[in-house]
Design a binder for this molecule. Sequence first.
Ligand code: ADP
Length: 478
Amino acid sequence: MSDQKRNFIGGAWVAGDTAANINPSDLTDIVGHYARADAAQAQDAIAAAKAAFPAWSRSGLMERHAILRRASDEIQARKEELGQLLSREEGKTLAEGIGETVRAAQIFDFFAGEALRLTGETVASVRPGVGVEVTREAVGVVGIITPWNFPIAIPAWKLAPALCYGNTVVFKPADLVPGSAWALVDILQRAGLPDGVLNLVMGRGSVVGQAIAESRDVDALTFTGSVSTGATLAMESAKLMRKSQMEMGGKNPFVVLADADLDVAVDCVTQGAFYSTGQRCTASSRIIVEDAIHDQFVAALSERISALTVGDALDAETQIGPVVDETQLAQNEEYIRIGEAEGARLVIGGERLARPTEGFFQRPALFADCTNDMRIAREEIFGPVATVIRVADYDAALDVANDTDFGLSAGIATTSLKHATDFKRNAEAGMVMVNLPTAGVDFHVPFGGRKASSFGPREQGRYAAEFYTTVKTAYTSA
Ligand code: ADP
């Protein structure tokens, strides 16, 4: 197909089987036609990255800085167009799409700076006359596998540090959202990356992802996606004694105490549970509410939900865009049935909504009278579905918050310094929010979780160096 957006391997655009990229707000709208790589093309990409590594890992810091800087500037300058592409292929609102695009620009800006700030340590040896230097070096070929829910920000927060520290890359974006990934790679190659440093292989996880995961020539593997795939890839990596970093699911608690500012609590939950159509690993899905404020809170939240505008991602009035595809929407509906069968009370939402165009529209759903052992309170749904669990007091709230297989983000709404402080200390999560939604994080500080949510070093900010570099200790006798 002549207008096919191709894969990028060893500095050349390479054609493949074609897949249509469909707009979930309007199924008649084809965003574009994108190549799907096969396993042999994935091997070619890995070989190209391997061949490019020696020169790139020794490249000048100003070269890396300038490329990342130029990429940041172009993303920022094209934020409306790229944000629109993102919203069109993924379904988050245009404001969210542009916001995510700006975040990608900020991440490249941050790592453009980090390229110039790489430091090591000089340490006195325990042996007289000997000097010790501790330095960081690039790891090698990094495999990057990304999900559909943040089509530009997640690729950015993996690509930017990988390139900054001198690694070469084989990048496989999610099959549902190749558009943003393709645009990002196009920007980076025009920004001046030498051939082979960055390779794009779009396509299926079971074909392209698998080929990357199985390759001995991939020295580090970073993945964001489901727990089951993450666990498989971590084991695959362990077999090869390869560095790996897995960002997976969440079942994030948000505690509402009786002393909370009700408006703040309702705002936090509306944003945390339902914005981006609830399709975030940091989404608040277990709302743990102190008895004394429970009924008032549920009534206020239900009213807010009923006022949310669900519709085409590109309409200016839309607050909640469509679900990403039919599979995800069917899964959300299945969990609505499971919740009702388990005895939870569906307060509002869950139904499919008709709109002028055919798309995957669903009213955000709120369940009350849930217990923490219900499947809807234990399994990640990854849609606009939240559960409310009533508790007697703060201590019970903390226990419920921590009683989960996951540990990504945890939030609390309270005006009590004592409870806020205790929650920050004792919530078993990688990220804790006080009077802020569980989702929505800064781009320059560590991102990641505990338990089944994350495996391996943190992402983002300076902590990213843990994964994208390897430490060398050099001794000199002179
Ligand atoms: P999601 O529910 O977000 O689609 P997945 O874990 O299925 O979660 O997908 C996340 C990413 O992992 C996607 O890019 C997908 O293509 C890729 N992927 C899926 N299965 C595999 C696999 N077996 N090996 C490697 N990558 C895979």
